[in-house]
Unconditional design. Sequence first.
Length: 474
Amino acid sequence: MAKLNRWYPVLALIAAAPLTASAGQVLTLDDYLKQVEEGHGGLKGARATAVGGIDAASEADLFFSPQLSLSAGYANDHREPLLNFSPTNTSGTQYVLAVSELTPFGLQSKLSYTFSPKSTQGSGVTPPQYTDAALEADLTFSLWRNFLGSESRAQKAAARAGDEATGYGNLFQASQIRAEAESSYWRLAAARESVTAQREALESAKRLREWNASRVQRHLGDEADLYQAESALAARRLQLQAAEDEERAAARKVQSMRAATTEKVEEDLSLPDPGDMAGIKVPERKQVRADVLAARAQYDAAGAAAQLGLERNRPTVEAFAQLSTNGHSLTSGDQAISKSLTTQYPYNTVGVRLSLPFDQFSAGTARSGYSRQVEGAQMSYERKLREGEELWIELNHKVDDAKHELTLATALEGIQRRKLEHERDRLKSGRTTTFQVINFEQDYATARLSRIAAQAGLLNLVALLKTFAEGGSL
C-alpha cells in the first residue's frame, strides 16, 4: 500500500472530468497534432517568425557584396564668377556609373565612370560647349580601427547572429508548443480512462457500504465497519469529483490548442496498449536543439557587438588613394570618352587620415566592459549547452525508469484483476464473502489508476524528448 499511496498526487493531476458524450469518432494523435498545426496561432506565428529570422540572416551575405549605382543629374550654375573672364552661367548634365565594394579584409574600393556634357555663357575664354569624362578608382584601407576588416566582419556577424537568434528561439518555441499539445492529448486520454476507473471504484465503494449497512441492520456487524465503509465511499466520491474537474480542464486545454470554439471534446481518445509501451522508442536526437542554437547565436551577437564597441573606440587611421584618367573634348563626347580610357591625362591623390577620441580613459573603460560582455555571453552559451546535454541524459534515464514502473504497474494490475476474478468465482460457490470481493475491487481500481498514471508519465516524457528530435530544422 505504501507504493500505491505515493501515486495519489499523480492521479490527482491526470484525473479527468465527466465522461462526455462521444460521437464514436476516434481522434488520433497525428490528426490532433495536424489540427493544432492549422489552428494554433502561437505555433503558426512562432514558425513564421522562425522562417523569417533564419531567412533574414542571409541578408548578412550582402554586406561584402559589390554594389552598383547609377546617377543622372542636371546642374545650372549662376553663381558670381571668380574671375572677369569666367563664364556667368554653366549648365549641363552629369551621368555617373559606379561599382563599390567593401572587402572582408578592410579595403573599401569604388570604381566609377563620369560623363558630363556642359554649356557656358558670358565668357570669352571658356568654350560654349565641351564634354568631360573620367574613369576613377577610390581606395581606402584601415590601418588601426577596422584593421584587416575586423569591424566590418563584426557588423556582418552581428546582423546574422541577431536574426538567427530570433529564428532559432522561435523555432524552439514552436517545438515546445507542439510538445505541449501532445502532452495535452495524453492528459485527456489518461483523464478519461481514470474517470472510468474512479466511477467503477465508486460503485464498488457503494456496494461495500450497502453490505455493511445490511449487516448492522441485522445486528451481524459492528457500526465501526459501517463508518469505515461510509468514509471510503466519501473518499471515492471526492476522488471522482477531482477526476471530473481535471477532465474538464484537460478537455479545455485540448480544445484551446486546436483553436476549437467549444469546451467539449466529442471524439474518443485512448491510451496505447500498456503491453506495447514497454518497447516504445526514444526519438532520435538531432545534433543540436534549437534553443542551444539560439543561445549560440546570442553569444555570437554579443561577441560581435562587443567587437564593434572595441573598434568604435580605437583611433581611425586610413590610407587612401584616388586614381583617375580623364578626357576633355570641345567637339564630341566620343573623343572625351576615348581620352578618359587612356593614361594620357591622369589625376592621382594619395594620403593618410587620422581621427581619435581625446578621452582615452573612457575609451579604455568601454573596451574593458565589452570584453567582459563577451566572456559572459560565452559562459551563458556553454552553460546552455551543458544543460541541454544533462536534460537529454536525465530524460532518457526517466524514460527507462518510467518503462520499468509501467511494467510493474501493469503486472500489479493483472495480478489484482486475476485475484478479483478468482474471488468472484469463490463467491459463486459460497467460499468467500461479499465484503472480501468488494475490497478486492477497490484494490484492482487502485492498481488500474497506478497503471494509467505510469502510462501518462511515460508518454509525456517521450513528448518532451521530441523537442530534441526536431533540432534546429524547420
